[in-house]
Design a binder for this molecule. Structure first.
Ligand code: ADP
Ligand code: MG
Length: 236
């Protein structure tokens, strides 16, 4: 049996934890507070996907859906220099939706055409921001969940159809635990939980960052690794 293709994160401990990197066909969710490294990880993946398979990449481009306006060409250039990827921005298609409608329209009408052109990675950073802003309050919750589900369903379908890696980022919410101490869990409830094949939690602790497995068919829940973020990207 041929081993399923996987994408290196450029951090060997995270690759080891995930059994060789991020797998094609799967949706990988990274949730965390502001500043926990979600966007930096997305930038690194937008570079490593362009590496040849012999170096852990998929030799392809990326469609980067930037809902929070935090995509940075400068960060891409710094990280690319480390990995020796030339002209990285030529293979990154950035789309910045300003509303849920724009996001949906892009995913339904444009995304398949774009990925047919050689992309191997879809990034949605973040998956929840626009929905939270547009559908506020209890009376809109059901509609919000339904619309998130609709969008993620497309991402999942295209990932299967075109052998893509999918990456989504998510915010966290505080939930009271049995011990009376609030714990941070990914936002979006069952819908995002169900859509994600692998769920990870990112945390910043002092100068270090932590990646913890929340749920995965292949990795033990609760397993975690530390990494650092430098000018040239994420490191062991
Ligand atoms: P978020 O989870 O909110 O998307 P980011 O991915 O933007 O968070 O991570 C922000 C963190 O990444 C910053 O707190 C900083 O520690 C680190 N970082 C960002 N850019 C650089 C850089 N150029 N050099 C070193 N560290 C950086
Ligand atoms: Mg971010």
């Amino acid at each position: 049996l041929k081993k399923r293709e996987a994408l290196t994160t450029g951090v060997s401990s995270i690759d080891a934890l995930t059994g060789g990197g991020l797998a094609v066909y799967d949706i990988h969710e990274f949730a965390g507070e502001f500043g926990s490294g979600k966007t930096q990880l997305c930038h690194q993946l937008a570079v490593t996907v362009q590496l040849p398979p012999s170096r852990g990449g998929l030799g392809g481009g990326v469609v980067y859906i930037d809902t929070e306006g935090t995509f940075s060409p400068e960060r891409i250039e710094s990280i690319s220099a480390r990995f020796g990827v030339e002209d990285p921005l030529a293979n990154i298609y950035v789309f910045r939706p300003l509303s849920v409608d724009e996001l949906e329209e892009f995913v339904v009408r444009e995304l398949s055409r774009l990925v047919k052109g050689g992309s191997r990675l879809i990034i949605v950073d973040s998956v929840i921001a626009l929905y939270r802003a547009q559908f506020r309050g209890r009376e809109w919750l059901a509609m919000r969940q339904q619309r998130i589900n609709y969008m993620l369903d497309w991402v999942k379908r295209l990932s299967r159809l075109y052998s893509l890696v999918a990456v989504i980022t998510n915010q966290v919410v505080s939930v009271p635990s049995a011990w009376g101490v609030a714990v941070k869990l990914p936002a979006g409830g069952n819908i995002i939980a169900h859509a994600s094949t692998h769920r990870f939690l990112l945390k910043k602790t002092g100068d270090a960052f932590l990646l913890e497995v929340l749920d995965s068919p292949r990795v033990a829940r609760g397993a975690s690794v530390e990494f650092r973020i430098e000018e040239d990207g994420l490191h062991d």
